[in-house]
Design a protein around this ligand. Structure first.
Ligand SMILES: Cc1cc2nc3c(=O)[nH]c(=O)nc-3n(C[C@H](O)[C@H](O)[C@H](O)COP(=O)(O)OP(=O)(O)OC[C@H]3O[C@@H](n4cnc5c(N)ncnc54)[C@H](O)[C@@H]3O)c2cc1C
Length: 646
């Protein structure tokens, strides 16, 4: 879509809050843009001082809008490393540490917490992260609308299945003051239904032949209502098949016993199951195509039908006689993790967990002591990296090398090289935990054995985009009586009003006249013979997509989907934050593409072996894209170090 007249109608010329020019700390800005006294002005005037943007007054990354997530300035050094760049003559840091942690996501922060707990408060720990904020995927987005603060999540959304958390993860929550039961009160689960607000499907003309917003949708598993069927932009054959699929109890695998059915479904995509076994018309496929994007990062042509049977997310299995909820696929943990209600959500998602960890690690950074008061607590980023503090969190610093001093067989500590503002620094420590992304570790640690590097490189993370759109009111949604719209053919496959959570003095919007955030999710999927190839190709597409392209698509989609309710993007959009995660979820093995590895022989298990004094954490090390895995892997790496020390 070109901008032109349509772009102007949609409000592309409007001066919304998208200070994307400030996103990267290393960004070059024309002098004419610098407003005297502005944050940017202060940053540039400080050019003759050592690089320390975090110490500047007003340094507060959660309030930045525009392109966030892996923002510009965070990824370039990593890519240069991948492309063979070397940093020689690093300047030696004076301080040395007991532990250096690469990656300030939940895994790295939890590792710092566990290590300090075991080694004592005097232990010196350095956490290095390439982003301008801590938390990794646990990203907080803030907005201001007429003096009212709106808090959103730019990455990890909710505590999924907390009862299944390990003993140490539960204990960590307890020590941080997180009591998940309290969300049962904070999350007003009936908010939308009590207002009569439900879900709809937006059929777009490019995919389905005409734009149409269709109400009466209650999710994929429910039998479609008469209202929905009458209006759905689907062929008559597709409508008949949809009803058959959702209401029939047919055994589409008659003749196979339960074990054979499970084995078959594990190796058959949901799309193939629909076409070959249920024999639905091809017309129905686009309707279901992106329904698993948010969980798997690929379309239904690449998700195992067995996982769908186990998850109970998509229809067509009721008559198979496989009555246990466990699917035959490898992603069984997802099934169990999702069995609990999905309500354990801080206003900033799991960024509050990262903030609680940082508040505990860095004394004086923020006031308060509870899971409630962290929501509005003000964080002083200047305190993150204070000289002589036992725990230092150094942002805007990309690690390019970690090596064992004395070799891997007889390590005598580690040296970690990181690049900050284009300059290489070398810092020494007794041990190091790589709580970053597995696929980057072979470049950071080229001395590792080849088999280990191969194991690490296997994990191709899922690219995805979480967008927050600040709107000045939600009267259009109230008029349409909708809080969620599934948009199977659009760039953003969902438009969601936020979780109705009020806690710690933060109030979720109560009235349609008030501003609120819309959450819109996009998953770039590329071509490929397996999920990892599709994700790699999707990542390429994502890096090539500009903020402007996202903005235009957001405006266009909202205008078309919500226009009937009076939504006008030119008037109603106040700010946009696009959280781009080219390296998102950890890859979880899929029965369609991966073999069943022997115990201990899976790529992530080979990859996470200690290498001298270098240890591996992060959720990739568990091949499971959840907070509890990030915590558990941090714990494992710390226990490895302590065991080695005896
Ligand atoms: C959009 C999105 C939504 C999610 N939703 C949920 C959810 O609802 N619930 C849930 O449980 N999980 C969710 N997850 C999964 C999430 O990945 C994990 O729960 C967890 O937050 C991962 O933590 P981590 O520390 O292992 O990795 P990360 O959060 O990725 O942290 C690793 C950090 O290391 C940094 N790093 C990488 N390379 C270097 C380097 N060379 N030098 C310095 N630093 C480096 C990275 O930039 C990053 O900041 C979601 C993930 C995404 C992307």
């Amino acid at each position: 879509m070109s901008q032109g007249k349509r772009g102007r109608e949609l409000g592309m010329q409007r001066n919304i809050a998208r200070r994307d020019f400030l996103n990267g700390v290393g960004v070059t800005v024309g002098a004419s843009l610098v407003v005297p006294g502005s944050i940017l002005g202060e940053m540039l005037n400080a050019a003759d001082r050592p690089f320390a943007p975090e110490e500047q007054a007003g340094y507060y990354p959660p309030a930045k809008t525009g392109m966030r997530g892996s923002h510009d300035g965070s990824w370039e050094t990593g890519h240069a490393l991948r492309d063979g760049k070397k940093w020689e003559h690093a300047r030696k840091d004076k301080e040395t540490y007991d532990l250096i942690i690469v990656g300030g996501g939940i895994s790295g922060l939890a590792a710092a917490y566990f290590y300090r707990q075991q080694a004592g408060n005097k232990a010196r720990i350095l956490v290095l992260d390439n982003h301008d904020d801590f938390g990794g995927h646990a990203k907080r987005n803030e907005f201001l609308s007429g003096g009212k603060k709106l808090i959103g999540y730019g990455g990890t959304q909710a505590i999924a299945g907390p009862n299944l958390y390990s003993v140490q993860a539960k204990q960590l929550f307890k020590e941080l003051g997180i009591e998940v039961k309290r969300f049962e009160t904070y999350n007003d689960r009936k908010f939308y239904s009590q207002r009569g607000m439900g879900q709809a499907v937006f059929f777009d003309k490019e995919t389905f032949g005409a734009d149409r917003l269709v109400r009466g949708y209650q999710g994929h598993l429910q039998a479609p209502s008469g209202e929905f069927l009458a209006a759905a932009q689907l062929s008559e054959a597709a409508k008949r098949d949809l009803v058959r699929l959702c209401t029939g109890k047919v055994d589409y695998l008659a003749g196979m016993d339960a074990a054979a059915k499970k084995a078959y479904l594990a190796k058959t995509s949901y799309q193939d199951y629909l076409l070959k076994n249920v024999k639905v018309t091809l017309d129905l496929i686009p309707y279901f195509k992106p329904s698993m994007h948010g969980l798997y990062g690929v379309g239904i042509d690449a998700v195992p039908a067995g996982d769908m049977a186990g998850l109970g997310e998509l229809p067509g299995f009721a008559g198979l006689g496989i009555d246990d909820r466990d699917g035959p696929g490898i992603g069984l943990e997802v099934t169990r993790q999702d069995a609990e209600p999905y309500i354990y959500h801080f206003p900033d998602g799991n960024a509050s967990i990262a903030r609680l960890l940082v508040r505990s690690l860095v004394p004086g950074i923020a006031a308060g002591s509870t899971m409630e008061d962290v929501v509005l607590a003000k964080f002083d980023y200047a305190k993150l990296d204070e000289r002589n503090a036992p725990v230092a969190i150094r942002l805007n610093s990309t690690v390019v090398h970690a090596r064992n001093l004395g070799g891997a067989a007889h390590p005598d500590g580690v040296e970690v090289t990181y690049v900050r503002d284009g300059e290489a620094h070398a810092v020494e420590g007794k041990a190091c935990i790589l709580a970053c992304w597995n696929m980057l570790i072979p470049y950071i640690c080229p001395e590792m054995p080849e088999a280990q590097k191969e194991g690490l490189a296997y994990n191709v993370k899922v690219p995805l985009v979480y967008t927050n759109v600040q709107i000045r009111n939600w009267t259009a949604l109230d008029k349409l009586k909708l809080h969620r719209v599934y948009c199977p053919g659009c760039m953003f496959t969902g438009i969601d009003m936020d979780f109705p959570v009020s806690m710690g003095g933060y109030e979720f919007t109560q009235k349609p006249e008030e501003p609120c955030l819309l959450h819109m999710q996009h998953v770039p999927v590329g071509p490929g013979a397996n999920a990892r190839e599709m994700q790699r190709a999707g990542r390429g597409k994502l890096y090539a997509t500009s903020f402007e392209t996202f903005e235009l698509s957001i405006r266009d989609q909202l205008a078309r989907a919500l226009g009937e309710g009076g939504f006008d993007p030119a008037r109603d959009i106040e700010a946009i934050t696009v959280n781009r995660w080219p390296h998102g979820y950890s890859y979880e093995y899929m029965s369609l593409f991966d073999p069943e590895w022997p115990r201990g022989g899976a790529p992530h298990e080979i990859g996470r072996q200690p290498f001298g004094s270098i240890h591996v954490a992060n959720s990739d090390a568990g091949a499971f894209a959840y907070t509890n895995e990030a915590i558990d892997q941090g714990w494992r790496a710390v226990t490895e170090i302590l065991a080695m020390k005896g």
